[in-house]
Write a protein that binds this ligand. Structure first.
Ligand code: PLP
Length: 453
C-alpha cells in the first residue's frame, strides 16, 4: 500500500467496490470503515496510525498474536517449494500428510482421520455429508436429521448457515429442511430466576424431547460448540455437557463438537470438549489451526465413523480444490509446533487465563454490568440498566454498540453481541496486557454508563 495516500482515499475506494461480510451495505456506503495495514504482537494498526489492542484475536483466530516468524517463514518456504498441488485422485502433498499426523497427535484419542477444507463453514458442510454417508453405509439411510441450537453459529454457507440458529441469517434464506433447533443453554438470557444447574439439565433435555418428536430412527447427529462463541460466549452450566453426552450415547445420535473457536487453546485445553469432559464423534476445526495466517479448516473424524467410511468402499463424492493446500498446511504444522514446543496452552491455562477471568470478574460491580461469564481466554459482559431484572441498557443493542465504539476509541478491539461486550484476546497475552485490556474496557463502560443514565 502506498503511504502517499491518505486514509480517506482507501475508505472511498473501499466504499465504492467492496461488499463486506455481515455488513449493512447501505450504511457502510455512508459511514465507511476503519482500514488496517499493520499488526504486531497483540496490536493492530489502522491507516491513521492508531494502535489498538486486539481483544478479538482477529476473528477469534490469531491465538498466538501477529508476530510469529516460524509460521510466516513456513508459509513462504512452502510457497517456494510446492506452492500448490491438490489431494484429489490418489495424490497428496507432504505438508497435508504431516499436518494430518500432527492433528491426530493433539486431538483426543478417538480421532485418527482428518478431512481438510478451507474454512469452518465448509467443514460443517462436510460433516453433514460424512454423517449421511456413514448412516447409508451402516444401513440406516433414514437417519438424516440434524439437531442444533437456537442462536448457534456454524458458518455462512447454505448448509452451515442452516445448522446455525441465528434468526437474522434465517430471515434471509430458507434453511435446509433436515436441520432442527433446540434451546441454547444461555442461563442469563433464558434461565432467569432458575437455579443454574437445573436450567442446564433442562436445556440439555430439550435434545431428548426433540429426538422423541422427530423419531430416534430419523435423527443423525447433534452439533454444538462447547462454548457458543459468536452467540455471545455462552458458557453452559456444568450440568449441561454430561447430560448431552448421555443422551447422544443412549439414543444412538452422533455428537459433533464445533471447535472452530474453542479449538487450539481458547478454553484452556487444546479442545473445548476436553474442558467440558465430553467425547465427540466428529470435531470441526478452522481459524486458530493456522493462527489465522492461512485459510484452513477441517473435520476430525472419530474411529466410530471413520472405520465405517474407510471400510465402506465407493467414492466419497465431496472435495474442494484447496482441501489440504500445501501453504495452509505448512502454516498449520508451524502453528502446532509453536503451541507444543512452548507449551503455550498449558502455561496460559495456569497463569494468564485465570488472571484474565479474575480481573474481568471485578467488573461485575460496575453499575451497567449484569453478568460476566467466561472460560479460558474469552468472555462476555452483559450490559444492563437494572441488575436484578436484567433489563437491557438500551434497545436494539445500542448499549453494547456504544460501549464497543468507545472501547475502540480507547485502543481496544472488542465485539458487541446483542447486549453483551465480547472479548477473546490472544492467549499469548501476559498479565500486563490483561491489565491494559481491563483498563481500556472499564473506561468504555464508564463512558457508556454516563451516556445512558
Ligand atoms: N463454526 C463456528 C463455531 C464459528 O465460530 C465459525 C466462524 O466464526 C464457523 C464455524 C465458520 O467458519 P468460517 O468463517 O471459517 O467459515
Amino acid at each position: 500500500m502506498s503511504p502517499a495516500h491518505p486514509t480517506s482515499y482507501w475508505q472511498d475506494l473501499d466504499k465504492a467496490h467492496h461488499l463486506h461480510p455481515f455488513t449493512d451495505f447501505q450504511q457502510y456506503r455512508k459511514t465507511g470503515g476503519r482500514i488496517f495495514n499493520k499488526a504486531e504482537h497483540i496490536y493492530i494498526y489502522d491507516t491513521d496510525g492508531n494502535e489498538i489492542l486486539d481483544g478479538m484475536s482477529g476473528l477469534w483466530c490469531c491465538n498466538l498474536g501477529y508476530s510469529q516468524p516460524e509460521i510466516t517463514n513456513a508459509i513462504s518456504e512452502q510457497l517456494q517449494q510446492l506452492p500448490f498441488y491438490n489431494n484429489f485422485f490418489n495424490c497428496s502433498n507432504q505438508p497435508a500428510v504431516e499436518l494430518a499426523n500432527a492433528l491426530v497427535d493433539v486431538t483426543p484419542k478417538q480421532f485418527n482421520q482428518v478431512f481438510f477444507t478451507n474454512s469452518g463453514s465448509e467443514a460443517n458442510d462436510t460433516n453433514i455429508k460424512l454423517v449421511h454417508r456413514y448412516y447409508d453405509l451402516i444401513g440406516k439411510p433414514e437417519k438424516k436429521l440434524f439437531i442444533s441450537r437456537n442462536n448457534a453459529y456454524h458458518g455462512s454457507t447454505v448448509a452451515a448457515g442452516s445448522l446455525g440458529g441465528m434468526s437474522g441469517m434465517h430471515k434471509q434464506y430458507t434453511g435446509l429442511n433436515y436441520v432442527h433447533h433446540i434451546q441454547q443453554p444461555h442461563w442469563f438470557a433464558e434461565g432467569a430466576g432458575q437455579d443454574k444447574e437445573s436450567f442446564g439439565l433442562q436445556a440439555a433435555r430439550e435434545l431428548e424431547r426433540k429426538i422423541d418428536e422427530l423419531g430416534e430412527e430419523n435423527v443423525a447427529a447433534f452439533i454444538a460448540e462447547p462454548v457458543q462463541g459468536a452467540g455471545g460466549v455462552i458458557v453452559p452450566p456444568a450440568s449441561y455437557w454430561p447430560e448431552i453426552q448421555r443422551i447422544c450415547r443412549e439414543r444412538d445420535i452422533l455428537l459433533i463438537s464445533d471447535e472452530v473457536i474453542c479449538g487450539f487453546g481458547r478454553t484452556g485445553n487444546w479442545f473445548g470438549c476436553e474442558t467440558f469432559g465430553f467425547e465427540p464423534d466428529l470435531m470441526t476445526f478452522a481459524k486458530a489451526v493456522t493462527n489465522g495466517f492461512q485459510p484452513l479448516g477441517g473435520v476430525m473424524v472419530g474411529n466410530k465413523v471413520a472405520d465405517v467410511l474407510t471400510a465402506g468402499g465407493g467414492e466419497f463424492a465431496h472435495g474442494l480444490t484447496y482441501s489440504g493446500h500445501p501453504a495452509a498446511c505448512a502454516a498449520g504444522i508451524a502453528t502446532l509446533k509453536v503451541l507444543r514446543d512452548n507449551q503455550i496452552i498449558e502455561t496460559a491455562a495456569q497463569d494468564v487465563m485465570p488472571y484474565f477471568q479474575a480481573q474481568l470478574q471485578t467488573l461485575v460491580d460496575h453499575p451497567i454490568v449484569g453478568e460476566v461469564r467466561g472460560q479460558g481466554m474469552f468472555a462476555a459482559l452483559e450490559l444492563v440498566k437494572d441488575k436484578s431484572s436484567h433489563e437491557r441498557l438500551a434497545p436494539d443493542s445500542a448499549g453494547a454498540i456504544h460501549c464497543r465504539d468507545k472501547a475502540i476509541q480507547n485502543g481496544l478491539m472488542v465485539r458487541a453481541v446483542g447486549d453483551a461486550i465480547v472479548t477473546a484476546p490472544p492467549i499469548i497475552c501476559n498479565r500486563r496486557d490483561v491489565d491494559t485490556l481491563i483498563d481500556r474496557l472499564s473506561r468504555a463502560l464508564d463512558t457508556t454508563a454516563a451516556h445512558f443514565n
